[in-house]
Design a protein around this ligand. Structure first.
Ligand SMILES: Cc1ncc(COP(=O)(O)O)c(C=O)c1O
Length: 390
């Protein structure tokens, strides 16, 4: 008989009751180091006092009122995001897929508004992940996500990530935009050289295409800059963010230049819940923390530390591990042993990580993680690799 919760996830048999900083506690009182953060969501740790306070305060005043009215928290958050980025304007929604969808609609509307209504196709990359809606599984690079759900939205042309020639060859008179993750997350923590992204910018300019970065996983400080694309030295036209933005509260956002968003006037796009006062209180509180002086330096420092320690493990356990890759606190350990065996053995020892494509184990702790917590986590990975070594 089917479970009452629709069985779309393969779930580990553990129920968490409480979180504190980098730790989670299950219903038996067992403590876990959380280097998974609900898949890169709990950006400033569990139950961060500033976030708790902001939500309690807002919960006593106003949760929801609709985008039919001005929302002070939205205006504040949008201005803050505009002030620190390439963007002139921000649309708020509730998830990563919706943030991507908003951007996909925007690039079409932009092209149509300048007389290019035949330009609607978007070039995306193999191994990419953009969400689970029909449009975003059509865009993404994972055939498994499409099985049985066809026909797909016929609006995407996929090319190899990192291959500029292939991408240029895929451009036609119908191409509207290029959509790319700065570091491919779900696909297996695949980074690309800054030069690749610089060439994408030039290519987009040459052909009049919008350059759209999906930063749902990489954004909000995860790589040590607020946006991962800042490492590339170029500016995009559209960026989607979500995951870390609400610190655990569902918030998504699509940021864009005025040029791209100008055609999105009243009535063109919307979301009932998007950007409601409670969500905005959460996201503004997260930004208070992430934008504090020195916070992103801490992410870089902890990222370097974790990367160095994982590298040592790769050298110590060559039969089990193969490579460390990624940036900041978005790190992937490519394994030789099945990644799920390692992930499950780590759970048993009290360390949460997240599997990714290409047999990778993701290490995505809260951005507030400490050196001591990293040392404890690495010691557990060391133990598990020792146990699994042939
Ligand atoms: C790069 C990227 N885009 C989009 C999504 C979809 O986000 P959501 O699950 O919130 O819809 C994800 C989720 O993992 C992601 O990593």
């Amino acid at each position: 008989m089917i479970s009452a919760v629709m069985p779309t996830y393969g779930r580990t048999d553990v129920v968490f009751e409480r979180g504190e900083g980098t730790y989670l506690f299950d219903t038996d009182g067992k403590r876990y180091l959380d280097f998974g953060t609900g898949i890169a969501v709990v950006s400033i740790g569990h139950a961060h006092p500033h976030l708790v306070e902001a939500l309690k305060d807002q919960a006593e005043k106003l949760w929801h009122c609709s985008n039919l009215y001005r929302i002070a928290g939205q205006e504040k958050l949008a201005q803050r995001l505009v002030d620190i980025s390439f963007a002139d304007t921000v649309f708020f929604c509730n998830s990563g897929a919706e943030a991507v969808e908003a951007g996909l609609k925007m690039v079409r509307k932009y092209q149509s508004s300048i007389g290019n209504s035949g330009k609607y196709r978007v070039i995306t990359c193999e191994q990419s992940f953009h969400g689970r809606t029909l449009a975003t599984i059509s865009a993404g690079g994972n055939d498994k996500h499409r099985e049985g759900f066809g026909p797909m939205v016929d609006a995407f042309d996929r090319v190899a990530f990192g291959n500029l020639n292939e991408l240029r060859d895929a451009i036609t008179d119908e191409t509207a935009a290029i959509l790319v993750e700065p570091i491919q997350g779900e696909g297996g923590i695949h980074p690309a050289e800054p030069e690749y992204f610089q060439r994408l910018r030039e290519t987009a300019d040459e052909f009049g295409l919008a350059l759209f970065f999906d930063e749902v996983q990489t954004g909000v400080g995860r790589t040590g800059k607020f946006f991962a694309h800042e490492w590339t030295g170029i500016t995009p036209d559209v960026v989607s963010i979500a995951k870390g933005l609400g610190g655990g509260f569902p918030v998504g956002a699509c940021l864009a230049t005025e040029k791209l968003a100008a055609a999105l006037g009243p009535g063109t796009h919307g979301s009932t819940f998007g950007g409601n006062p409670l969500a905005m209180a959460a996201a503004n509180a997260v930004l208070d923390v992430v934008l504090e002086d020195g916070f992103l330096d801490h992410v870089i420092e902890m990222g370097n530390l974790l990367r160095g320690e994982l590298q040592k493990l790769v050298e110590r356990h060559p039969a089990v591990l193969e490579q460390v890759r990624g940036g900041g606190l978005l790190l992937g350990l490519k394994a030789k042993a099945p990644n799920m065996d390692i992930v499950n053995a780590l759970i048993a020892k009290g360390l949460l990580t997240v599997p990714a494509g290409d047999n990778v184990i993701r290490f995505i702790p809260p951005l507030t993680v400490s050196a001591g917590e990293i040392a404890d986590a690495v010691a557990l990975v060391d133990e598990v690799c020792g146990d699994l070594a042939p």
